[in-house]
Design a protein around this ligand. Structure first.
Ligand code: NAP
Length: 290
């Protein structure tokens, strides 16, 4: 079993760290709001640290799941950052969804300290984290990946190395691009059913068994029909992710017309006050339009 630090005990990080402790690893957690770290220790055991550096000191593996590029830089670098506490030969695993640019920057910084840096964003949402069945997509040197895969297995259904550093974040972008248009299509179908006077649940019961079926359809149709969005993956996070996708598409000259449009629809949802609503709230925008 390994000495593991976990930085960021949010919706995703708290249950992921809990799975590591349950597997028998020696876990030290850090959270910006310290009260959450204390509460985590009361529930799971392990120990809590006041800074990322303190948590990372003596750890074989340091995992992070914070917010965005700047948040990741803050927990990694600087006097109290994790890198300052890590020793040569240890591995940093980033589960945050961030840009490939910050991944490149931190990989180089870690490399200069002889620390391995693995980008390992996740998919599967809050339920996936709580049930330990996340999909984890990694960019890493082969040797670092081999060492970290058995640790990540504590909360993953599937974990794959897609390529060198940055490939994990690029794969997560593919994931978000694939979801964006799909959620808008599902929203339009349910909105159309409402307007046509059809029973939405009956419609989904039939069409989810055919070619239109999807995870979003099976797992979100009931709450979408009930107009409930107080759960799941926040619109603010989705806009962060789509921003990363669109910036990267510019860099690599990829064409993402539907993704760009759906990003604007999410902006409308934010204007409706839905920044923390689940991403399936695109249907609320259609309802607001009449
Ligand atoms: P969350 O519940 O908002 O938690 C964010 C965590 O990061 C909190 O522990 C927060 O600390 C910490 N944090 C934020 N900024 C920080 C900073 N500057 N320094 C130190 N700690 C900081 O978010 P989440 O839903 O767990 O998502 C985390 C990441 O996973 C995001 O990149 C998100 O896009 C990605 N993700 C989320 C989901 C999902 O379904 N939620 C699915 C896949 C990927 P405090 O407690 O002090 O605020």
């Amino acid at each position: 079993m390994a000495k593991v630090a976990f930085l960021g005990l949010g919706v995703m990080g708290a249950p992921m760290a809990g799975h590591l402790q349950a597997k028998g690893h020696e876990v030290t957690v850090y959270n910006r709001t310290f009260a959450k770290a204390e509460k985590w220790v009361q529930t799971h055991g392990g120990s809590a640290a006041k800074t990322p550096r303190e948590a990372a000191t003596g750890a074989d593996f340091v995992m992070a799941c914070v917010g965005n590029d700047d948040d990741l830089r803050q927990v990694c670098t600087g006097e109290d950052g994790a890198f300052a506490g890590m020793v040569a030969g240890s591995v940093f695993v980033d589960h945050t969804t961030v840009s490939a640019a910050v991944t490149k920057e931190l990989y180089a910084k870690a490399d200069s300290l002889q620390i391995s840096f693995v980008d390992a964003p996740v998919s599967g949402g809050q339920a996936g984290a709580e049930n330990g069945v996340l999909s984890v997509m990694c960019g890493a040197d082969e040797g670092a990946y081999q060492r970290v895969e058995p640790v990540i297995a504590a909360y993953a259904r599937i974990c794959r190395r897609i390529g060198e550093s940055g490939a994990g974040q690029m794969t997560k972008m593919c994931n978000q691009i694939a979801i964006a248009g799909l959620v808008q299509g599902l929203s339009e179908a349910l909105h159309f059913a409402e307007k046509a006077g059809l029973d939405g649940a009956s419609v989904v019961e039939v069409i989810s068994q055919g070619a239109a079926g999807s995870w979003q359809m099976s797992n979100r149709y009931e709450t979408m029909i009930a107009d409930e969005f107080d759960h799941g993956f926040a619109v603010d996070w989705m806009r962060k992710d789509l921003g990363i996708c669109l910036d990267t598409a510019d860099d690599i000259e990829a064409s993402l017309p539907v993704t760009a449009l759906v990003d604007q629809f999410y902006k409308d949802v934010q204007k409706l006050g839905g920044g923390r609503w689940d991403t399936s709230s695109l249907i609320k925008r259609l309802r607001a339009m009449g």
